[in-house]
Design a protein around this ligand. Sequence first.
Ligand code: ASP
Ligand code: MG
Length: 415
Amino acid sequence: MKIFKFGGASVKDADTIKNVVKVLKNEGFKNTLIVISAMGKMTNAFEKIVDAYYNNSEDLATNINSVRNFHITIIENLFEDKKQPILFELELLFGQLSGFLAINKSANYNYIYDQVVGYGELLSTKIISSYLNTIGILTKWIDVRDFIKTDVSYRNATVNWQETKVNIQILDSQNLYITQGFLGADSKGKTTTLGREGSDYTAAIFAHCLGAESVTIWKDVDGVLNADPRYFKETVLLNQISYNEAIEMAFYGASVIHPKTLKPLENKNIPLYVRSFYNLKNKGTTVGKVPNLLPETPCFILKNKQILVSITALDFSFMVEHNLSDIFKILHNYKLKVNLIQNSALSFSVCLEDKFNNFEAFLSQIVSKYNVTFVSNVALYTIRHANQKAIDLVEKKGTVLLKQSTKGTVQLIMQ
Ligand code: ASP
Ligand code: MG
């Protein structure tokens, strides 16, 4: 079987959904399972509904209405006639959502979040499946929550692989299945989610359990590029990336493909194609059991909003094991993510990411024991397969505060 995944951008309005049909006709859709995300930015819109509900805000009804209207407009633009059945299904889903909000007694934000946000994927798959059926592409809509079973870590659920495998293996390859990305269910059948942008992972889970021949992620870009075009003028399309290279890139902060998605594929040697849904002639990027990187070109990974911290002992003693382990413990307690370390006899430098706004609390604890200086809002550039030209390019972007190089990977902290 083949797995196709269409993300929010590829189903953001009637035109892009019609383009999905082009992709299917062009590629063939025998023995295919399609994983679809919520349309456009609907997950963000559902998050607003959750917040309004949680905070008892008067915006709740307005927020629900705008999400409802968004989907109705797409239906209006997509279906020529025979709209009634799908409009009925839409009302059913919104009825369920209102029912949940009315009777829910739980104060657990994450639980509520998953019960509400999941409607984004339920709506998108219902609409697209029904549209494909009306134009003669017969699909079978399946509820992913009957297949992917997870624990109760709402908003970041862990897959129960054993149960999931058994469930998925009953699917037969004769059908064109359509299912929801991002969602799963706990043992009581309550909706769980796999973490934002989790639909790629869903595709990988199905691929792994079915022993699929490939996964294709359809995107509005040509494939995986060697740099983010928002920050680099010239970018190169990467034709082939090995699993390991992709995992390394993700480790340094590339948002390309999450390691969580790659692992189940690597495990069974299933190739992942990242392709443009506009340029169907392009082959895009293949991640798989291939030579490390093709073309072998420097790859740039940028992380903004970093803090560079320098720490020395108050008495000018060396920075050795016991101070270091003490510092790491404190960093860990404040959930500060360490992206780079440099150590010399007297000073220890770390590049930090303060996702949870804990940096000040961290500082106040550490200043009693160490001398601390820091520079905030710096950028961390990582260059894989670095060469001098690539390093020069980054160095031109500002002042180099720190530079470190290991086996072809060069990291620069820039201000
Ligand atoms: N719709 C979900 C999100 O936006 C999952 C996904 O798109 O992969 O996070
Ligand atoms: Mg999405």
